[in-house]
Design a protein around this ligand. Structure first.
Ligand code: MLC
Ligand code: AMP
Length: 525
């Protein structure tokens, strides 16, 4: 446990308050009029703005007389007001439920029905269809928030007081639900507690040596979406818990990021971001010379990218490993050797082991399933106690579904996944979900979706579809049909109509055969 987390625990025991926002707020600099966030549109927000804006939004949410565990579901574009809404939900003690902006109506209908949010916040452009789904699911409040500071949420909250006392929470109270898709069946809402997030943020503050103001401080370039663990927790909590300014990019634009490197010290990205930055001639050792730390995660960082980054900038990327259910698990060291192709040793306080199919713990270097335990590990899946129980071992370790090995000096290497999952540009795509949509299309007998290497996204999906007898199918039309129903990042980049799928003697589709058969197709234009 980090010293800071231990101190917060001690203090909170005295005043019975363990709200993550409270800990972040305490780290704001003394000068509340200093810049907290500078946007890519040239807007400046002070620490006082974050405090006041989140207070007004929290007061507004509290004025709705919601149940204490009300879910506030949010599908909006990235903006500083969206950040304030997250902070407001924390400080009001409700449960934040971020949703990918790419989700379409079938996906949103499921989340509304499963999470039963008390409040849904969407963009004005999506209000008609999102509100219909939300009202059908029984949500009483649907409000809008746009990335240009318009929308009914801000209009309503502008009447609220800017004075707000943070609502006390307990360490084990749920703060956020993050939906992760399942290898079979329905998406699961991972419940993360105030304690999960704060303990992890404190550990990362030490592990990555965030610099205090006295040491010159840090400035983070925030270029990730804010509906997943990486952008929402690792990046935002890291900066706020250190009182560090963020340069806030509404979307990732490589040239803008490079132009800001001389003013920044920390950058976090999924591997695709590094690949795209490397494609820019403007990325030079000089432009990166002010930087202190480049962090990569959410997907495997190819050794080629790791080495190319070293050669081009003189910096060694620090690769770390995490997941929605656990936040961060392992990290290459800040001060020691950052070993390419590995995700480094388990973070302090995280117990990590590698086991065989019988659950026996393997020795150094042996490959098996990765299991973890620690204060960062989530409190279970929303309304799925049986699923939760299945994913934990009797001695309380969470089964990550990742396959890897741990070397004698503790460095972890991820070599694959036991879960059927494609990670594309840092987003998770579950073949089972895509296959079920394809199988429902007219004329389809069966299908398989596999991940193949891709130079930009790391991995992309390819669909193989078998027609029913006598039916004629067209791959392009199948992709168009999927696009109408699914988030675009989930739609396979190619679709081939095939006569049959290779099966083993048990009748199971041999996805490994398909992966190698179509391995070169991902690079095709
Ligand atoms: C966009 N597309 C993708 C995609 N992103 N397809 C596959 N995989 C992706 N990741 C689609 C678009 O919809 C578009 O489809 C086409 O591909 C080209 O899009 P683009 O313009 O190139 O994409 P862009 O908008 O630039 O987005 C790319 C990206 C984005 C890499 C910036 O995907 C991104 O921000 N990824 C980060 C994801 C992330 O934050 N993951 C953290 C998860 S947390 P069309 O058909 O419309 O042309 C986690 C835990 C942990 O995993 O350890 O951190
Ligand atoms: P998510 O469910 O979106 O949180 O994705 C978590 C998954 O991303 C993990 O289970 C891993 O499979 C993968 N992941 C995260 N970080 C890394 C990394 N550095 N290298 C390889 N895979 C990673």
């Amino acid at each position: 446990m980090s010293l800071q987390y231990w101190l917060i625990k001690q203090t909170s025991m005295n005043n019975d308050s363990f709200n993550l926002y409270q800990a972040l707020r305490r780290a704001f600099p003394a000068d509340l009029d200093a810049t907290a966030v500078e946007t890519d549109h040239g807007q400046y927000y002070t620490w006082r703005d974050l405090e006041r804006g989140s207070a007004m939004l929290a007061n507004f949410l509290l004025s709705l007389n919601l149940p204490v565990d009300a879910r506030i579901a949010v599908q909006i574009e990235k903006s500083v007001e969206a950040l304030m809404l997250y902070l407001a939900t924390l400080r009001a003690g409700f449960v934040y439920l971020p949703l990918n902006t790419a989700y379409q109506s079938a996906e949103m209908a499921y989340f509304m029905g499963d999470a039963e949010p008390s409040v849904v916040i969407c963009t004005g452009a999506n209000f008609a269809w999102v509100s219909k789904l939300a009202f059908q699911a029984g949500t009483p409040w649907v409000l809008t928030l746009n990335d240009d500071r318009t929308g009914s949420l801000l209009a309503r909250a502008s009447h609220a007081s800017d004075q707000h006392t943070v609502v006390p929470k307990a360490e084990g109270d749920v703060a956020v639900i993050i939906y992760t898709s399942g290898t079979t069946g329905r998406s699961k809402g991972a419940m993360l507690t105030h304690g999960n997030m704060l303990s992890n943020a404190c550990v990362l503050k030490d592990a990555w040596a965030w610099r205090s103001a006295a040491q010159g401080g840090d400035v983070l370039i925030h270029a990730l979406p804010i509906f997943h663990v990486h952008g929402l927790f690792v990046a935002i909590h890291g900066a706020l818990l250190n009182g560090s300014k963020m340069i806030w990019c509404a979307r990732f634009e490589p040239r803008f990021v490079i132009s800001k490197l001389p003013e920044a010290t920390v950058f976090m990205g999924v591997p695709t971001l590094y690949v795209r930055l490397l494609a820019e001639a403007a990325l030079t050792p000089q432009v990166a010379s002010h930087m202190r730390l480049f962090v990569s995660g959410s997907a495997p960082l190819l050794l080629d990218t790791f080495k190319a980054w070293q050669a081009r900038t003189g910096h060694t990327i620090l690769e770390r490993y995490g997941m929605s259910e656990t936040i961060m698990l392992a990290s290459n060291p800040y001060a020691g050797e950052r070993r390419g192709g590995t995700v480094g040793p388990a973070l302090p306080g995280v117990a990590l082991r590698v086991v065989n199919d019988q659950g026996q713990v393997l020795t150094a270097g042996e490959i098996g399933g990765i299991e973890v335990k620690g204060p960062n590990v989530f409190g279970g899946y929303w309304r799925m106690p049986e699923k939760t129980a299945q994913e934990f071992t009797p001695d309380g370790f969470f089964k990550t579904g990742d396959v890897g090995r741990c070397d004698a000096d503790g460095y972890v290497t991820i070599v694959g996944r036991s879960k059927d999952l494609i990670i594309s540009g840092g987003y998770n795509v579950y073949p089972a979900e895509i296959e079920s949509f394809i199988n429902d299309l007219p004329g389809v007998s069966e299908s398989a979706v596999v991940g193949v290497p891709h130079p930009d996204f790391g991995e992309v999906g390819v669909a193989l579809v078998v027609p029913r007898a006598g039916a004629s199918l067209d791959g392009t039309q199948i992709l168009a049909a999927l696009k109408a129903q699914l988030a675009s990042f989930k739609v396979p980049k190619q679709c081939h109509v095939v006569v049959d799928l290779p099966r083993n003697s048990m009748g199971k589709v041999q996805k490994n055969v398909l992966r190698s058969r179509y391995a070169d197709s991902g690079a095709a234009p």
